[in-house]
Design a protein. Structure first.
Length: 396
């Protein structure tokens, strides 16, 4: 049961495929670029410039929330009923052909009982869910077999599941799905928080979701944990990370995400030195999103203090690196009113399934008591919220 509260830290998990190629990054140079971000230089991906977002208003997206609930209750697309039952994580990626996949972390596997409890669930550190173009899940993908499922990826050299992967965001680059994975291992700290981040890899998947390659990438303990948000814009993939609950930003050329020749935002320019990365804004969750929309970049996040603050916040910026406006609290997770339940955390945006003028986001729910998850699978299933921006009528 000690594994249950770990997911409250907002990381995600995967483990289980061996025999992959391992690529190690070259040493980074320390030359600095004067290519500062200008508001007009990247906003083509965000829509027409000069178009203000207005006032954000959030409402529960009951359709998607219930679609995941029904999917888990029905066996996660597996005839034996032992597919996806519940998890956190919940990042989405659009594949070629407008196919949507969901990247899930710690995953409980069915069957789910009629009262939505779980008597003896399977448990793996990561799964992928295929979906219709509206985002509603259709099938569970794991390593192993339906009778003996395994986590969909694991660090090369893992012994008895240690270390393991917690996935963050993924993106198609160079025609292949590439997913950021935080290598995580056990420590001597007292449970349930006896684990730590060891570094970050990028796992490249084949079209049938087999691991093709594992690439060590930037990030080391004490530094920036990269990859909790990926945004393609203006010929670059912007890579967002967290250090000390603050946002950091790097970028890689489209088609070169795994080449390890990123640039890092210093606060005024881009540098090839990862140590020069400077915090853009503070008090962000372990997972947050920055989404091009309405001619701006929309930040959706929780506070860093997810144990006491149960709200989701929105801010906007003219560029991918800010400056971000004062935040507006738009939604309070109702689940947090129940004792031991932790919500919201791991906010993620899903623009590929959002209608024009709206932004679909998800957040995770969990419990500090493992028995709560077994008693009700909904205590570890995603919730969805739709955010729209109402025109600012203050000036008439």
């Amino acid at each position: 049961m000690n594994a249950f509260p770990r997911r409250a830290l907002g990381a995600a998990l995967l483990a289980g495929v061996a025999g992959v190629a391992l690529v190690v990054p070259p040493a980074a140079a320390a030359t600095t670029s004067n290519d500062a971000v200008k508001p007009g230089s990247v906003t083509s991906c965000a829509g027409p410039t000069g178009q203000r977002s207005g006032t954000p208003v959030a409402n529960e997206d009951e359709q998607l929330t219930q679609a995941f609930r029904a999917f888990g209750n029905s066996g996660g697309g597996w005839s034996n009923g032992r597919g996806w039952a519940a998890s956190d994580g919940v990042y989405s990626t659009e594949l070629p052909g407008h196919r949507i996949v969901w990247l899930m972390n710690d995953t409980f596997l069915g069957p789910v009982n009629a009262d939505e409890s779980m008597t003896d669930p399977g448990f793996i550190h990561g799964s992928i869910l295929t979906a219709d173009d509206d985002g509603k899940p259709t099938n569970t993908i794991t390593a192993g077999t339906h009778d003996a499922p395994e986590s969909i990826a694991s660090p090369p050299g893992a012994v008895n599941g240690d270390p393991w992967y917690w996935n963050t965001d993924g993106i198609v680059d160079g025609g292949l799905l590439r997913v950021f994975q935080a290598r995580t291992g056990q420590t001597d700290d007292p449970p349930p928080f006896n684990f730590g981040w060891l570094g970050t890899d990028i796992v490249t998947y084949s079209a049938d979701f087999k691991v093709e390659k594992v690439t060590h990438t930037y990030g080391k303990p004490g530094g920036v944990n990269w990859g909790n948000e990926l945004t393609r814009c203006g010929g670059y993939i912007y890579i967002y990370g967290v250090k000390d609950s603050a946002m950091h930003v790097a970028r890689a050329r489209v088609g070169h995400l795994i080449d390890n020749d990123w640039q890092f935002w210093t606060g005024s320019a881009w540098s090839t030195d990862p140590e020069s990365s400077t915090a853009v804004t503070g008090d962000v969750g372990a997972s947050y999103s920055v989404t091009p929309m309405n001619g701006e970049f929309v930040l959706t996040t929780t506070s860093a203090n997810i144990f006491l603050d149960h709200q989701i916040y929105v801010a906007t910026a003219p560029t991918p690196v800010g400056p971000f406006t004062h935040r507006t609290a738009v939604y309070t997770a109702p689940e947090a009113q129940v004792a031991n339940i932790l919500a919201p955390y791991n906010v993620a945006a899903h623009p590929d399934i959002s209608k024009p003028g709206e932004l679909i986001i998800s957040y995770n729910v969990n419990s500090l008591v493992g028995a709560d998850l077994l008693a009700n699978a909904n205590n570890n299933r995603p919730r969805f919220v739709s955010i729209r921006f109402e025109p600012d009528r203050s000036n008439g």
